[in-house]
Write a protein that binds this ligand. Structure first.
Ligand code: HAM
Length: 457
């Protein structure tokens, strides 16, 4: 019989790698809490209309990447409905904001989320069909300060703090302003006009986009199209005074809090809801391990999204980090760092950073404090009771089995723990244990009341 495998573009996350995911998520929660963000969890599937209206019918995401199905009515009281696995979480957050009238408090809503998203893209390293995002959104009625350029700078500074705390190297913030909802139509009209005489010389995607969604042409990565792209009008020349002033204030605030950036006039991003500030953090090519998928996060302002979804005016800004890409980056940067510190080390088990990057499935991320080896099955119960006491005292304990021969217990203990505690009939009777410490090879007899401190050492 053929074996079943995870579906193309999806994957299992296994220990010890999941330790690194937990570390990243714990860091995000800790950093975001310092900026007063609270967690929101929205459903993984939503009404298809949410994404069609929010993200935009003509975007790649909606036009070709969504997992959508017709959900049959199961009772007379239910209606059949088109549902979609969320390809991103911003639209869901804004829907929840509207549904729960969160704006009525008059305060800014600062919400973060961590969860899987789904896009039917061509899978490759750093690009999956189920992937994880860590994202955050700040939105509220204009009177709450939601339109202020300070919000933009604060979010970007928070991201810099988060990436610094994780120790990510070689990141670069690129940003742009795509203008207000009145600037954009003027720019799009100019783009269409400029594209009309040259589009036939461009790639097939650009030819299509030039008609359906000209802004997306600016995203084209085809080398042959770059010269034409460089000659197209720039959005910066179409911003009205208010958008221009807003962007200048964002940049000034970034300068004031020491967040370096690069303005890229072609950064328009792949979702239709953006207005004014858009940004990405990308990795320098030498620091990534990500290849072409070098955007570790993206985001921007969406001042009209709430109204597009039938809600009140609620300007906002947010971002989503590709957690899969962050994990790949940290793994490759940590492996590189461990190799630089000790090029000869092939089992850097004592090095926490290197430890986290060990990705061999089936081995633990971190060594347990002790492995208790019962000698003979009669000692199994005593082993479990000792493990219970040590675990309640805060130690990480592995327990073997009395059916194992001593040699096998030592092999397992050496792979899994820093110490082995041998528990035979004598040890159980006297409460004096034989303990071996693998780092120095020392073996000693230890009374129960000294065991804890030895195993902690
Ligand atoms: P996005 O640029 O579509 O924006 O996605 C954000 C990040 O998610 C990307 O920079 C990338 O790191 C990661 N990502 C996207 N697709 C994949 C994939 N197939 N596999 C792995 N990682 C992927 C958004 O989703 C917006 N909702 C961000 C936002 C929040 N804007 C305002 N608020």
């Amino acid at each position: 019989m053929s074996t079943l495998k995870a579906v193309r573009g999806t994957r299992d996350l296994l220990p010890p790698e999941t330790k690194l995911w937990q570390h990243i998520e714990a860091t995000a929660r800790e950093v975001f809490a310092r900026y007063s963000f609270g967690e929101i969890r929205t459903p993984i599937f939503e009404d298809t209309q949410l994404f069609a209206r929010g993200v935009g019918e003509e975007t790649d995401i909606v036009s070709k990447e969504m997992f959508t199905w017709e959900d049959r009515a199961r009772a007379q009281s239910e209606k059949a409905q088109s549902l979609t696995l969320r390809p991103e979480n911003t639209a869901g957050v804004v829907r929840a904001y509207i549904e729960h009238s969160l704006g009525e408090s008059g305060h800014l809503q600062k919400l973060y989320y961590i969860g899987p998203q789904f896009r039917r893209e061509r899978p490759q390293r750093g690009r999956y069909r189920q992937f994880w995002q860590i994202g955050a959104e700040v939105l509220g009625p204009p009177s709450s300060g939601s339109e202020s350029p300070l919000r933009d700078a604060e979010i970007l500074e928070m991201l810099a703090a988060f990436l610094d705390q994780l120790g990510i190297r070689g990141r670069k913030l690129i940003l742009n302003s795509v203008g207000s909802s009145s600037d954009r139509p003027r720019y799009i009209a100019a783009l269409r006009e400029a594209l009309a005489p040259v589009k036939s010389q461009m790639c097939a995607d650009c030819q299509r986009r030039a008609d359906t969604n000209p802004l997306r042409v600016l995203d084209c990565k085809h080398p042959e199209d770059q010269a034409i792209l460089a000659s197209l009008p720039k959005i910066a020349d179409f911003l009205d005074d208010a958008s221009r002033a807003h962007f200048a204030s964002v940049l000034a605030a970034l300068d004031a809090c020491g967040v370096p950036y690069q303005v890229n006039p072609r950064l328009v991003r792949g979702l239709d809801y953006y207005t004014r500030t858009t940004f990405e953090f990308v990795l320098e090519s030498t620091e990534g391990g990500l290849g072409s998928q070098n955007a570790i996060l993206g985001g921007g302002r969406y001042d009209g999204l709430s109204e597009m979804l039938g809600g009140p005016r609620a300007p906002g800004i947010g971002f989503a980090i590709g957690e899969d890409r962050l994990v790949l980056t940290l793994q490759s940067q940590r492996e590189k760092a461990a190799a630089e510190v000790n090029p000869a080390a092939n089992n850097p088990a004592d090095n926490n950073a290197a430890d986290m990057s060990r990705v061999t499935a089936g081995t633990p991320a971190l060594l347990a404090d002790a492995y208790i080896a019962p000698l003979g099955e009669a000692q199994n119960i005593a082993a479990l009771a000792l493990a219970r006491d040590l675990r309640r005292a805060g130690l990480t304990i592995e327990v073997g089995d009395g059916s194992f021969r001593l040699k096998k217990s030592f092999e397992f203990a050496n792979a899994l723990a820093r110490h082995i505690v041998i528990l035979g009939e004598d040890e159980a009777a006297t409460s004096i244990y034989t303990v071996k410490t693998f780092s120095n090879g020392e073996q000693q007899k230890i009374p129960r009341n000294e065991l804890l401190s030895l195993l902690q050492s």
